[in-house]
Design a binder for this molecule. Structure first.
Ligand code: TRP
Length: 364
């Protein structure tokens, strides 16, 4: 259980009720997505704080590619302004952004179908922050459990941007009028505030002709892939398998991952989180059940398990890594793809901002 999850389950009935309502909405939308993909516009994104790993792939990127290929209008924001919500440097940011585009494309994102862009290149999107901030109270901002835990984890004082970035995330979602937002649980409060902002804007400025949809969060049922040490997969724990790492780097990381003193391999996530994390990783990459892999390895022990994990992970990632290396030969065209996404995002953002100004009577 991550600290975010704990917050969610411990925060009492109110949050649980809103989680259950969001989950129900998510399931309803997912059912409709299959039959009417053309009615949906998806927006989601990532913070360019480092390289994408296997957790990102199974947790979100795979689902984005599926939505794209089903005919949903798909959009991915590389949330560069969100990087400075809880850290005080933008070191390596352009490198991280370009590497994200590489990984998205290697994973099957098609820039003809999916718009990829960054915050910082779309001024009109950012400008929505001003009217949106007027629609929320300080108390509402302080109540956001994810902001609270991110502030605690950062060890710094709460900055103005950390407090308000959920409203900025509402700008990400609403500038292109997205109605579906695939996210992890920790981002649910941000989608909730987005719904509130859309509703309040429409009520206040556009009661007869609403400008914004109230988007639904899409909460995936996919099991969260743990890091190699059984904790949450996170760059800062050094327990993540990077999509773009070499086979050798991956083998080294898996070899040095901790296990326990019991020889026989069993799948028991509660009592044996480390061994179970290795089994889950191999299961996701091979399409097998973790229990079956455990039974097969059995008394051969952790060494044999690691050997199997190394093989399945590297085999699974080989085509991704091959495509990635091929794409990386021409970084100019990767930059062009991003520029094109930014250009399209600007067009959409300007049109939406224009509607917002009109609704607010700010056309002079
Ligand atoms: N906050 C998201 C994260 O967990 C990234 C993000 C930024 C995002 N803007 C978004 C997700 C809009 C969904 C919709 O890293």
């Amino acid at each position: 259980m991550t600290s975010h999850d704990q917050k969610y389950t411990a925060a009492g009935n109110e949050l649980n009720a809103s989680f259950l309502a969001a989950k129900k909405r998510s399931d309803e939308v997912l059912a409709k997505l299959d039959t009417h993909p053309g009615e949906f516009r998806m927006l989601t994104g990532d913070r360019p704080t480092g390289r994408l790993h296997l957790g990102h792939y199974f947790g979100s990127i795979k689902g984005r590619v599926e939505m794209q290929n089903r005919g949903v209008n798909t959009n991915i924001i590389i949330a560069d302004y969100q990087v400075i919500t809880d850290r005080d440097t933008t070191e390596h940011i352009s490198d991280n952004v370009l590497n994200m585009v590489l990984d998205y494309m290697a994973a099957g994102i098609d820039p003809e179908k999916t718009m990829m862009f960054t915050h910082s290149a779309v001024p009109a999107e950012n400008q929505l922050l001003l009217p949106f901030l007027s629609l929320v109270t300080e108390a509402e901002l302080h109540r956001n459990p994810t902001v609270k835990s991110e502030m605690e984890a950062s060890g710094h004082a709460l900055t103005g941007l950390l407090l308000t970035y959920p409203v900025h995330q509402a700008c990400d979602i609403l500038f292109c009028k997205a109605n579906v937002v695939p996210i992890g649980k920790d981002n649910l409060p941000h989608v909730e505030i987005t719904r509130t902002i859309a509703r309040r804007f429409n009520e206040r400025y556009a009661p007869t002709n609403p400008v914004f949809p109230e988007p639904a969060a899409i909460l995936s049922d996919a099991p969260e892939i743990p890091g190699l040490d059984g904790r949450k997969m996170s760059k800062s724990y050094g327990n993540s398998i990077m999509l773009g790492a070499t086979a050798e780097e991956t083998a080294k990381l898996i070899k040095k991952s901790p296990t326990d003193s019991e020889r026989t391999i069993t799948y028991d996530p509660v009592n044996r989180p480390q061994v179970s994390a290795l089994l889950t990783t191999a299961a996701l990459c091979s399409g097998r059940e973790p229990e079956d892999i455990a039974a097969e390895i059995g008394a051969a022990g952790a060494g044999a398990l690691k050997k199997y994990v190394i093989e399945t992970v590297n085999e699974f990632l080989a085509p991704h890594r091959e495509r990635r290396a091929e794409l990386a030969k021409d970084m100019d065209s990767i930059r062009d793809i991003l520029h094109d996404g930014n250009r399209r995002a600007n067009e959409i953002a300007e049109a939406t901002l224009d509607e917002v100004r009109s609704a607010m009577g700010m056309k002079y």
